[in-house]
Design a protein around this ligand. Structure first.
Ligand code: ARG
Ligand code: ASP
Length: 728
C-alpha cells in the first residue's frame, strides 16, 4: 500500500518530469529536500547534498539560519555569533539608539569593539533544532465530515498533548504548525536567544538608497544590510541580556564566497517566508485583482497623497511621517505590481485552465469524483459569497487604521476594557507607550485631511454596511466632508496629548466619559460596532467554510496530480527556495540585466535628495576605485564594484535578510526584495518575470571594510575564495 506520505507528495520520478516545466517555483521544507528536490537542485548545478543543508545529527547549513525577531531572516557568519540581515530589518534597532547628536539613521553606526555593541530589548533570534512530521498524531480522531469548530478543538487538544510529550533540552521550545491548509502538521524544536546586539549599520543613504522610488524595483542599488551579534550566557545557552554574556559560538557559520555570480548560476535562499496563497481558486484570484487590491490601493493612494503634500512642504513633517509613509507605501506599491504581474502573465486564465484540467482528471476517477466532485465548485461559490463582506472589511480596516484620531480612541477603549482586570497595569504601560509614540509623530492638520479624503470611501459603500451614526453626522455637517472633519477635529479632547496622557495615568474614567459625548468617538465606536456585530460574524462563518473547502481542494489536487510535487504555502517556518541567476524581460522592448554596479549608484546620485543622496566617503572610494579584493575587472578597463543581482528564487515577505547561497552552499548575497512585475509570486509564481533581489556580499564586505573601517569584523568571517585578477 502506498503510504500517505508518498501519496501526498507524489513520487520522485513524477516530480522530475513536472518539475522541469516549473523549474524554480516553490518554498520547500528543508527536511524533505532529500526526497523531493535534491536531484533537481543538483541538475541545476548544486554541488552539495540535501544533508549538507539539513541534518539533525551534525552541524548543517540550517544551523546558521535564524528567524530574526519573527519578521525577517538572519544568518550567522562567524564563530563569534556575528549575524547579517537587512538594513530594513535592523532599522527599528538603529532608530531606537538614534538621537539628534548620535544620528545613526543618517550617519550609520559601527561598534569598534564588543563593549560598544548595543543591546536591543525585545529583539530575539530563533534557531530551528529539528523538524518532525506529526500529522498522524495531530489529526487523530478527526474526520472529513466534522464541522470546523469540532475539528479545531480536537486538533488543539492533540497539539497541546503532543507539546507536553515532546522531550526538550534546557533552552528549547516547541512549535506545531499546520501545512497544506491543515492536511499536514510539523513540529519544530527551536532555540531562542534574546541578547542580540547591534554591531553596525550603514547610513540610510546606503542601506535604504532609493527608498520608496526604488522599492520593489529593478535595477536596484541598495546596500540593504546591517550587522548584529548573538550573545549567550554560560555554556553557550540563551540568557537574558547581561554585561557578563559572551558572544555565542554557533553550531555552524556560513562561509563567504567572493567569486560572484554569472547568468544561470545555481542559487538557493534559506529563510523564513511569511505568507503566500498559491492554491487559491480562480474566483479568489479574480477578487484579489479586481476587488480587494484595488480597494486597498485606493485608500492608500489618498492617504499617501495627503502625507506627501505636507511632507514636501515641511521638513519637520517629513521626519515625523517618514516611517509611516514607508510602511503604507510598501504594501501599496506591492499590490500594484501584483495586479500588473497577474495581468501580464494571464494569472487568472492560467488558474481557470488549471481548474479545468483538475476537474477533467477528477471526473475520470469514480473514487475521486465521489470524494471531491463538487469541492472546487463549492469553493469558488464560497468565495463569491464572501466578496461583499471581504470588501467591507478591507475598506473598514484600511480606512480606520489610517486615521490616527480613531487609533487614539481605539487604544483608550482597549484600556477601558482592561479596567479592573488582572494585568491592567501592564496594559496601561503598553497603551501609554504607544500613545506617546503616536502623539510624537502626529500632525492634526495631516490627520484631518486624511479624514476628509478617506471618509467618502467609507460612505460610498452599500447602505447596510455603513454605520447609521456616520450618515447622521454627514448630514448634520451639510454633506460636506471638510466641514465634517473641521467640526470633529476642532478642539477635540483626544488630540490633546498632555491631557490624555495625564488623565490616563491619574483618572482614566474622566477620559472614558468622552466616549459618549465626543462626536469623533461616537463615530468610530459606531463604525466598529457595526463591523463587529454585522460584518465580522458573517465573515468568520464564511471563512470557516472556505477553510474546510480549501483544505479538501488542497488534498484533492495532490490526489489528482500524483505526478506533481507540491510545496506548502509560506507560514513563517524555515524554507528553502532555489533557482538561478537570471535576467528578465518585463515587457515588449525592455530587457533587464541581472547585475548592477556602483556606477549605477553614481548615475542615480542627486545631491541633497532624501532618496538618492550619496555619502561623500562613498563617492571618494568610487572615484579612487578603492575596492580592495571586492572589486571585479571591468570589461571597459579598470575595476568596478558589484552592488545587487537578481535570480529566480521564489521568496516573499519574511525572506528579507535571508542568505543567498551558491552551488557550494557559500554565502554570495543577502536577499531583500523582489522585482515589481513579479510580486504576484505570492499568488501565482511565473518563472519568466518573478525575480528576487539581493545585495552582493562583496558590496557588503566592501562597505564594512573600506567605508566603515570595520575590518576587524571581516577578520572574524571565513572567506572562501579570492577572485583571480582582483587587486589586494
Ligand atoms: N519591499 C521590501 C519589503 O517588502 C523592502 C522594504 C524596505 N524598503 C523600503 N524602501 N521601504 O520589505
Ligand atoms: N522585502 C521583503 C521582506 O521584508 C521581501 C519580499 O517581499 O520579497 O521580507
Amino acid at each position: 500500500m502506498m503510504t500517505f506520505f508518498k501519496k501526498f507528495f507524489g513520487l520522485t520520478a513524477g516530480l522530475l518530469c513536472m518539475g522541469l516545466a516549473k523549474a524554480d517555483e516553490g518554498m520547500w521544507l528543508p527536511q524533505l529536500l532529500e526526497s523531493l528536490n535534491e536531484k533537481r537542485m543538483q541538475q541545476l548545478g548544486m554541488k552539495i547534498s540535501a544533508k549538507d543543508i539539513y541534518d539533525i545529527n551534525k552541524g548543517s547549513l540550517k544551523d546558521a539560519i535564524v528567524s530574526f525577531g519573527g519578521f525577517c531572516t538572519g544568518e550567522v557568519v562567524s564563530e563569534k555569533g556575528l549575524v547579517l540581515t537587512n538594513h530594513h530589518c535592523g532599522f527599528e534597532s538603529v532608530q531606537k539608539h538614534s538621537t539628534l547628536d548620535k544620528n545613526y539613521i543618517r550617519d550609520g553606526f559601527w561598534a569598534r569593539n564588543g563593549a560598544e555593541e548595543l543591546p536591543n530589548a525585545g529583539l530575539y533570534v530563533t534557531f530551528i533544532v529539528r523538524i518532525d512530521d506529526v500529522s498522524d498524531q495531530v489529526l487523530k480522531g478527526v474526520s472529513r465530515q466534522m464541522k470546523e469548530p469540532e475539528r479545531q478543538s480536537i486538533v488543539d487538544r492533540n497539539i497541546s498533548a503532543l507539546k507536553k510529550a515532546t522531550k526538550l533540552g534546557n533552552s528549547e521550545n516547541v512549535l506545531i504548525s499546520p501545512f497544506f491548509e491543515g492536511n499536514k502538521y510539523y513540529l519544530f524544536v527551536t532555540e531562542t536567544y534574546t541578547d542580540v546586539r547591534l554591531v553596525g549599520a550603514p547610513p540610510s543613504s546606503i542601506g535604504n538608497f532609493g527608498q520608496d522610488s526604488d522599492n520593489w524595483m529593478w535595477p536596484r542599488h541598495t546596500g540593504d544590510f546591517s550587522v548584529f551579534r548573538i550573545y549567550a550566557g554560560k555554556n553557550n545557552q540563551p540568557a537574558e541580556y547581561s554585561p557578563d554574556n559572551v558572544p555565542y559560538v554557533p553550531k555552524k557559520a556560513l562561509t563567504i564566497s567572493l567569486k560572484g555570480m554569472q547568468q544561470d548560476d545555481f542559487t538557493m535562499v534559506f529563510g523564513f517566508p511569511g505568507r503566500t496563497t498559491e492554491y487559491l481558486p480562480s474566483e479568489a484570484v479574480r477578487q484579489i485583482m479586481e476587488v480587494n487590491d484595488p480597494a486597498k490601493i485606493l485608500v492608500r493612494d489618498r492617504t499617501l497623497s495627503v502625507m506627501n503634500r505636507y511632507m514636501r512642504a515641511n521638513e519637520e513633517l517629513k521626519i515625523k511621517y517618514a516611517s509611516k509613509y514607508a510602511g503604507i507605501a510598501n504594501a501599496w506599491k506591492k499590490w500594484q505590481g501584483e495586479i500588473l504581474g497577474l495581468k501580464r502573465t494571464d494569472g487568472l486564465q492560467k488558474k481557470l485552465q488549471y481548474e479545468a484540467a483538475f476537474q477533467k482528471r477528477l471526473d475520470a476517477s469514480d473514487l475521486l469524483k465521489a470524494r471531491y466532485g463538487l469541492t472546487l465548485r463549492d469553493l469558488n461559490n464560497a468565495y463569491k459569497a464572501i466578496e461583499p463582506y471581504a470588501l467591507t472589511r478591507d475598506y473598514y480596516l484600511e480606512i480606520t487604521s489610517k486615521i490616527e484620531l480613531f487609533s487614539i480612541i481605539k487604544k483608550l477603549r482597549t484600556l477601558k476594557a482592561a479596567t479592573g482586570k488582572p494585568g491592567y497595569e501592564k496594559e496601561l504601560a503598553k497603551q501609554l507607550e504607544s500613545l506617546t509614540e503616536l502623539y510624537k509623530n502626529l500632525s492634526i492638520d495631516v490627520d484631518k485631511d486624511i479624514f476628509s479624503a478617506l471618509l467618502p470611501l467609507y460612505m460610498e459603500q452599500q447602505a447596510s454596511y455603513i454605520a447609521p451614526v456616520s450618515r447622521q453626522q454627514f448630514e448634520q455637517y451639510g454633506n460636506d466632508y471638510q466641514r465634517w472633519a473641521g467640526a470633529l477635529y476642532a478642539g477635540n479632547f483626544f488630540l490633546d496629548a498632555s491631557k490624555v496622557l495625564k488623565g490616563a495615568t491619574s483618572d482614566p474614567s474622566e477620559i472614558f466619559r468622552y466616549f459618549e459625548t465626543d462626536p469623533a468617538a461616537k463615530l468610530i465606536i459606531g463604525m466598529t460596532d457595526l463591523y463587529d456585530m454585522e460584518i465580522a460574524p458573517r465573515l468568520n462563518e464564511l471563512q470557516a467554510r472556505i477553510n474546510g473547502l480549501q483544505r479538501d481542494y488542497m488534498k484533492a489536487q495532490t490526489e489528482v496530480f500524483t505526478d506533481r510535487s507540491f510545496y506548502p504555502d509560506a507560514n513563517s517556518t524555515l524554507r528553502v527556495g532555489f533557482g538561478k541567476v537570471d535576467d528578465y524581460k518585463p515587457a515588449d522592448g525592455i530587457a533587464y540585466n541581472y547585475y548592477t554596479y556602483l556606477d549605477g549608484v553614481m548615475e542615480k546620485y542627486k545631491p541633497g535628495d532624501y532618496e538618492f543622496d550619496v555619502p561623500e566617503k562613498l563617492r571618494q572610494l568610487y572615484q579612487k576605485k578603492e575596492y580592495g579584493r571586492y572589486g571585479v575587472k571591468n570589461p571597459a578597463g579598470g575595476y568596478r564594484m558589484p552592488v545587487c543581482f537578481i535570480a529566480s528564487n521564489h521568496t516573499t515577505g519574511g525572506n528579507s535578510g535571508s542568505p543567498v547561497l551558491d552551488a557550494n552552499g557559500q554565502l554570495v548575497g543577502i536577499n531583500f526584495d523582489r522585482v515589481w512585475e513579479g510580486t504576484m509570486s505570492d499568488i501565482s509564481y511565473d518563472a519568466s518575470i518573478c525575480r528576487n533581489i539581493m545585495v552582493d556580499i562583496r558590496y557588503v564586505l566592501f562597505l564594512i571594510e573600506k567605508y566603515a573601517g570595520a575590518g576587524h569584523l571581516i577578520r572574524e568571517m571565513k572567506l572562501a575564495h579570492a577572485i583571480p585578477g582582483s587587486r589586494k
